[in-house]
Every structure is written in C-alpha cells, then in structure tokens.
Ligand binder design. Structure first.
Ligand code: SF4
Length: 235
C-alpha cells in the first residue's frame, strides 16, 4: 500500500526541496519551499519565491516519495517554508496529511523510524488570526506540530532561533510540538544559522540570517573575488 498512487494527486508549485536541512528546526530535516508569496515583506531574503508562476510544479505523491526517502535516511522532521505555503492551502493540506500517514507507518514497530519523534514545522507570513479565520488556511495547518507565524519585519531583528524578526511567533500546536519545541521558544541561536548548498546553477542558503549577515557575506565573497550576480535578497 505504501506506493499506491493517491486517488487525487494535487500539484504544488515548488521553489525547492533539500535533505538534510539542519538550520530550520531541530535535527536533520526535509525542507520543502513552496513557490509564490504576495506578502512582499521589505527585506525578504527569498524574493525568488514571490512569483506564483515561478518555480516548478510537483505532485504531492512525488513530494511524499522524497519524504519517505528522508524518513528512511533518519529525518527528524519536515520543514515547509516558502514563499507563502498557505497560498496553496489545498495542496499543502494533502502534503501534510500524506506526510503524517507516512510518518505513522515509518514509526511503527519494524519501520525505518520506529520509536523516533518526527515533527512538522510550518512557516507562514500570515499572523495566527489570519490563519484561524480562513477555513482553507486553517485546514491546511491541521497536521503541523509547530507554526512560525507573522511577516518578516527587518526593523525588528531577533536572535531567537529559527525566527527572522522579533514579531514572529513560534506556536507549538500538538503534544509533540510542545515537548520538542518548548526549550526553543526563548532560546537564542548558538550554532550556524545558515547552511550553504550548491545547486546545479546556483547556490542556496537555508536558514534564518541575523540582520546584516547577508550583506557581510556578500562583502566577504567580493573580497575573495566572488561576485553574486542576482542574490535573492536584492530587489
Ligand atoms: S519573508 Fe516570507 S512572507 Fe515575507 S515576503 Fe518573504 S517569503 Fe513572503
């Protein structure tokens, strides 16, 4: 049954995926970045994810294949970010429901993740009340163990781990989310905040930089003779 096709196989527009991501939630995680965001926060580091027609289409079943492979390789969790994931609520709901089913199977006795805790962390630029009062968004977050909510505000820097600005809220929603994230709600970042991954024709930075960190990185690279041609944080 594990490989049976979904009766309905929604398509999500995706900016990228990566495993293992180690800077967006605890442990080694599958990262899925959804394409499209109309919130246009000033100072967003991911402007390449704004265009809803950008990125590439991907079926939920193919993403669940990545998730099952990540579980078999020891994934501690799934992080969904963007772009704005809640601008594709039906596909996101299907992805998280399928990921939940795969998680339960993997954690069963004899499964590749037997007995291991595995959480779902979802980033959204919407505020908590904007999620709750919208039926489609609210349904889409049903399986998320933890939400990070709120626009990125460049004028409100923070050192809190896994958050980009001080206004953003980290909200555990399940018993697992509360148990796993309680210690991180007020924790400041101590290890690396950014992970650098080389793609086929670009370099990707995964994580949440401190204020000024991206500009400092550009300067260091320039001094080393490397010029970034179109960094995603520049208008
Ligand atoms: S910070 Fe997030 S919510 Fe804001 S514009 Fe960028 S992708 Fe959208």
């Amino acid at each position: 049954m594990e490989n049976a096709p979904l009766r309905r196989d929604p398509v999500l527009r995706i900016s990228g995926t990566h495993f293992p991501v180690e800077t967006l939630g605890p442990g080694r995680r599958l990262g899925v970045w959804l394409q499209g965001c109309g919130l246009a926060c000033a100072g967003c580091m991911s402007r390449h994810t704004w265009d809803p027609g950008g990125g590439a289409p991907r079926t939920v079943s193919s993403l669940l294949g990545l998730w099952r492979a990540a579980l078999a390789r020891g994934a501690d969790g799934l992080t969904v970010s963007g772009g704005e994931p809640l601008d594709q609520p039906a596909g996101l709901a299907a992805l998280l429901a399928g990921a939940d089913l795969a998680r339960a199977r993997a954690r069963a006795p004899g499964g590749p993740a037997a007995g291991r805790d595995i959480d779902f962390l979802l980033y959204t630029g919407y505020e908590e009340d904007e999620v709750e009062r919208d039926a489609a968004r609210s349904a889409a977050v049903h399986h998320a163990d933890v939400l990070v909510t709120g626009r990125f505000r460049a004028a409100e820097p923070t050192r809190l781990v896994w958050r980009g600005s001080a206004n953003q809220r980290m909200r555990p929603r399940t018993a697992l989310g509360r148990a796993r994230y309680e210690a991180h709600l007020t924790r400041t970042a101590s290890g690396p905040r950014l992970q650098v991954v080389e793609g086929e024709d670009d370099v990707r930075l995964y994580g949440v930089p401190l204020r000024g960190e991206l500009s400092a990185l550009e300067r260091r690279l320039r001094r080393a003779g490397v010029r970034l041609t179109s960094p995603s944080w520049r208008p």
